[in-house]
Design a protein around this ligand. Structure first.
Ligand code: FDP
Length: 351
């Protein structure tokens, strides 16, 4: 009798080894054109992530990786060499995709067009190439945030007006976290999934599927250095967590890392407006809307404090929004303080 072949345990894989492109196709349960496009787009994002991860891991060893360029971006922020490198990586990776006609990022005043892709490129990539760039020079975690949107008109005047819609129009969103390991988290509207880069294979391998954020968590994450710049309602919330047991403050200065902690363990991240800048600091199209898309897919909530974040329609490309994001109960707690103060300020109507 012929014995059936048994693979030796020496050669079996550590785990199932689902790669990103296979996962996207499995998620869409289709090999149709749009599924193929999204799979190809996610592959390109993964390639950008690998290139940036490799560059970060050698920063300080290779010349011209750390420090500032001496220029400022459209938001008036000092630009770092790593911001420019990562921005250019996304451009060069998507030049070869054929699928993307426009890219818009924090580092570019106007959208960047790839004319050779425009006749067929039906998608736009929005991204923050290096989020939390103050962490780069001190060897702490940073991230990249991305969203893919369908291009809905020809945009012949190159104003990208069709991008100014609410975040529910995002086809896919996610981030890459460059930490002790490089992790890619994404959603195409069918749950939130996390992949870890295996440097020896050069592949992102599935490590957590259908992530659900707990309904409540112990962490509140906010820059309390801004305490006296905030509205009273946000101060009310922080006083509340100071006076109640069970809360811990965690803030790394890099949104992607702070958000990842909340996604995995629950709690709330806030970047509220200040009296001087009521819209806060974070940008809607390539920071807050992609993370809002993810958190809702994971069963949590994202709000401006008064409105569902995915309902916000921007008036311009680099528009900012306040952000309250995380576990449903914790976001609701912050909103309750906002509502309380709004009630107090409302004029009393005559009987
Ligand atoms: P950075 O400016 O360093 O890129 O995106 C903006 C951001 O970082 C977020 O990653 C981070 O959460 C926030 O700004 C930090 O801002 P503060 O220093 O004002 O807290």
């Amino acid at each position: 009798m012929v014995e059936s072949y048994q693979p030796s345990s020496e050669h079996t894989l550590d785990r199932d080894c689902t790669t990103l492109s296979r996962h996207v196709l499995q998620q869409l349960q289709s090999f149709g054109p749009e599924a193929q496009d999204l799979s190809a787009l996610m592959n390109r994002i993964a390639l950008a992530g690998k290139l940036i991860s490799r560059h970060l891991s050698r920063s300080g060893l290779v010349a011209d990786t750390l420090g500032f360029t001496g220029k400022t971006n459209v938001q008036g922020e000092d630009v770092k060499k790593m911001d420019v490198f990562a921005n250019d990586v996304f451009i060069s990776v998507f030049k070869q995709s054929g699928l993307v006609c426009r890219l818009a990022s924090e580092e570019m005043d106007e959208p960047y067009y790839i004319p050779e892709n425009c006749p067929i490129g039906r998608y736009t990539l929005l991204y923050d190439p290096i989020d939390g760039s103050s962490n780069v020079d001190i060897n702490l975690n940073v991230g990249s945030i991305f969203a893919i949107r369908r291009q809905t008109d020809d945009d012949l005047d190159q104003t990208a007006a069709d991008l100014l819609t609410h975040g529910r129009d995002q086809l896919a969103a996610g981030y890459i976290l460059y930490g002790p390991t490089t992790v890619l988290v994404y959603s195409i509207g069918n749950g939130v999934h996390s992949f870890t880069l295996d440097p020896s294979l050069g592949e992102f391998i599935l490590t957590a599927e259908n992530i659900q954020v707990p309904q409540h968590g112990p962490t509140y994450s906010v820059n309390e250095g801004n305490f006296w710049q905030w509205e009273e309602s946000i101060r009310d919330f922080t006083r509340y967590v100071h006076r109640h047991q069970g809360y811990s403050s965690r803030y790394s200065g890099a949104l992607v890392g702070d958000f990842h902690r909340i996604l995995m363990q629950g709690g709330v991240f806030l970047y509220p407006g200040t009296k001087k800048n009521p819209a806060g600091k974070l940008r809607l199209l390539y920071e807050t809307a992609p993370l809002a898309f993810l958190i809702e897919q994971a069963g949590g909530r994202a709000s401006t404090g008064t409105e569902r974040l995915l309902d916000v329609v921007p008036a311009e490309l680099h528009q900012r929004t306040p952000l309250v994001i995380g576990s449903t109960e914790d976001v609701a707690l912050v909103e309750s303080f906002v509502q309380e103060r709004l009630r107090e300020q409302a004029p009393i109507s005559a009987p």
